[in-house]
Design a protein. Structure first.
Length: 104
């Protein structure tokens, strides 16, 4: 089995930067959505946002999109940071040992 090809330092830095930015975006969007729901969920605020279903729809629209973008950045950086896999030839491509060889 062949060794995986090493990544250049620039690509590794970019991958770690993408992961860090993705985590920061996902955490802030998720925390902001959670705080918003905790503050405005009590019974007296149904005049502003409607019932629970409307509030969840609002949270998924406003907070869910940045959360998904942050997760996509994180997993994209994670995939970029992993070494690339090299393909090994399959049995159909390799010479088989059981075939007779012709010597010259």
């Amino acid at each position: 089995m062949s060794e995986p090809l090493p990544r250049s330092p620039l690509i590794r830095f970019l991958a770690w930067l993408l992961m860090a930015v993705g985590v920061l975006i996902a955490l802030t969007a998720g925390a902001c959505s959670l705080i918003f729901m905790v503050i405005f969920l009590p019974a007296g605020t149904s005049n502003y946002f409607g019932d629970l279903g409307d509030m969840i729809l609002l949270l998924l629209t406003v907070g869910g999109i940045p959360l998904l973008i942050g997760l996509a950045l994180f997993f994209g950086g994670l995939r970029l940071s992993r070494p690339s896999r090299t393909r090994t030839p399959t049995n159909s491509v390799r010479e088989r040992d059981d075939e007779p060889t012709t010597g010259a």
